[in-house]
Design a protein around this ligand. Structure first.
Ligand code: SF4
Length: 365
C-alpha cells in the first residue's frame, strides 16, 4: 500500500546546517498553514488507503496535542502499520506523547544530531545529552519502543574522538534505529554557504575534513553493527524488524503522496512536489490554487539503480538492464565498488563511500 507524508515546516530555531525550507515563522502562519494542509488532505482523491505515514518537518513535536490529533484524524487508514513523527529533543512531554499515540503514532524520530554540548550549541540546537536520555525514557515509558535517533557526522568542531562519545551514548540508550547523515555542504544552509564562501561564521572554519568525516561514518557502521543495528540503507541502521517501512517505500520506488509545503509525491509513474515556502503554500490555498508544481514523468529505469542501490538489499537487474548498463557495471565491479551475486547488484563497503560517483553513471550512462 502507498504511504503518506505530511510536512510541518515550523521550528523553534533555524539550525545552521539545515538546508530544508523549514524555519521560524509567526504563529499566525502556522495556524493558516494547518488549515491549508487539512484542506489539501481532504481534497485528495483517496482511491487507496495508506498503511504508513510520516509526519516530518520541521518540528511537528511543537504542535499542541489536540492540533496534532486533529491533523492525523484527517488522514484515512488509522491505525497505520507504521506512523512516524519527527521530534526535537526537549520539545514534548507525557501529554503530547499520549496525544500522538491516540492519533496513531507508533514510531518517533528524534533529532539528537550529537551528544556533545559544544557541537550542538554551534548549530543552534538547545538540548543536551541528558535531554535526549529523558526523551527516550519517556517514549519507552509510554510504550513507544520503536524510535530513531539521528546523528550528523561533520559538524563544526567534531572529531573522530568526539563522534565516538556520541556513539557511546547511542550504545547506552540502545535505540532500535539510528540514522547517520554526513554534513551536506550547499548554499541552502547558512553553514554550507559560509563554507563555500571560505568564511568562518557558524564554525565553518572548524568543519572536519573529508577523511575525518569518512572515518566517523566508518566507525559508526562498525559500532552500530556490533550493537545489532545493520546498515539497510546508506544512512540508516536498524535492529532486525525496525527498518522504517515508510522510508523503504521511497527507495523501492513504491507510491506515496506528500501533503504540505515542499512535500514530494510519486503516483502512477508521475512525480510532483509542492511549493517550498509555507507562506506560498498558504497563499495558494487562499487563492484556491493547487500547491503542486514540477510534475514530471518518473524515470524508473534510471531511478531503480540510483535510488535502489542506496539499499543494502541491492537491485535485481534484468537482462535488458544489464545489457544497457554493461560498461559501468563491469567497470564498478572491476574497481571493487559494486558486487554481483545471485542476480543482485549491491554497493560494496567501498562503493558506499563513493556512491555518488556510482549513481551518476546510472543517471547519465
Ligand atoms: S534541522 Fe530540523 S529542527 Fe533544525 S531548522 Fe532544520 S528542520 Fe528545523
Amino acid at each position: 500500500m502507498p504511504g503518506v507524508y505530511l510536512s510541518f515546516p515550523f521550528c523553534g530555531q533555524k539550525c545552521t546546517y539545515c538546508n530544508f525550507g523549514s524555519g521560524v515563522f509567526p504563529q499566525s502562519l502556522s495556524e493558516e498553514y494547518l488549515a491549508a494542509l487539512k484542506h489539501e488532505i481532504a481534497a485528495f482523491g483517496w482511491n487507496w488507503t495508506p498503511d504508513t505515514l510520516f509526519l516530518g518537518g520541521g518540528t511537528p513535536s511543537l504542535m499542541e496535542p489536540d492540533v496534532i490529533e486533529d491533523l492525523l484524524d484527517a488522514v484515512p487508514g488509522k491505525p497505520w502499520r507504521e506512523a512516524t513523527l519527527e521530534a526535537a529533543p526537549g520539545s514534548f512531554d507525557a501529554a503530547k506523547v499520549q496525544a500522538w499515540i491516540r492519533g496513531g503514532v507508533n514510531r518517533v524520530s528524534l533529532g539528537a544530531q550529537s551528544f556533545v554540548t559544544a557541537e550542538l550549541r554551534r548549530t543552534g540546537r538547545r538540548h543536551t545529552a541528558q535531554t535526549v536520555e529523558a526523551d527516550c525514557a519517556l517514549l519507552r515509558d509510554r510504550g513507544i519502543t520503536n524510535f530513531n535517533l539521528d546523528l550528523i557526522a561533520g559538524l563544526p568542531g567534531q572529531t573522530p574522538a568526539s563522534f565516538q562519545e556520541s556513539l557511546d551514548e547511542i550504545a547506552r540508550l540502545d535505540p532500535p534505529h539510528v540514522s547517520v547523515y554526513m554534513l551536506e555542504v550547499d548554499e541552502d544552509s547558512r553553514l554550507g554557504l559560509e563554507i563555500l564562501n571560505h568564511g568562518s561564521r557558524y564554525g565553518a572554519g572548524d568543519v572536519p575534513g573529508d577523511d575525518a568525516i569518512v572515518e566517523m561514518y566508518e566507525t559508526a557502521v562498525d559500532r552500530l553493527a556490533a550493537l545489532g543495528m545493520h546498515r539497510y540503507e546508506i544512512s540508516n541502521f536498524a535492529k532486525p524488524g525496525f527498518e522504517s517501512e515508510h522510508n523503504l517505500k521511497y527507495w523501492r520506488l513504491e507510491p506515496y503522496a506528500g501533503f504540505g509545503a515542499d512535500a514530494h509525491s510519486l503516483d502512477g509513474g508521475v512525480r510532483w512536489r509542492n511549493v517550498e515556502s509555507p507562506s506560498e503554500y498558504v497563499k495558494r490555498w487562499r487563492e484556491g490554487r493547487s500547491p503542486a508544481e514540477d510534475r514530471t514523468e518518473a524515470c524508473f529505469a534510471e531511478e531503480k539503480f540510483f535510488v535502489g542501490l542506496r539499499l543494502s538489499e541491492g537491485v535485481r537487474a534484468t537482462d535488458t538492464e544489464r545489457d544497457f548498463y554493461r560498461e559501468p557495471i563491469a567497470r564498478f565491479i572491476e574497481q571493487g565498488l559494486l558486487e554481483d551475486g545471485g542476480g543482485v547488484l549491491r554497493l560494496t563497503r567501498r562503493g558506499v563511500l563513493l556512491s555518488n560517483e556510482v549513481f551518476e553513471e546510472f543517471v547519465n550512462p
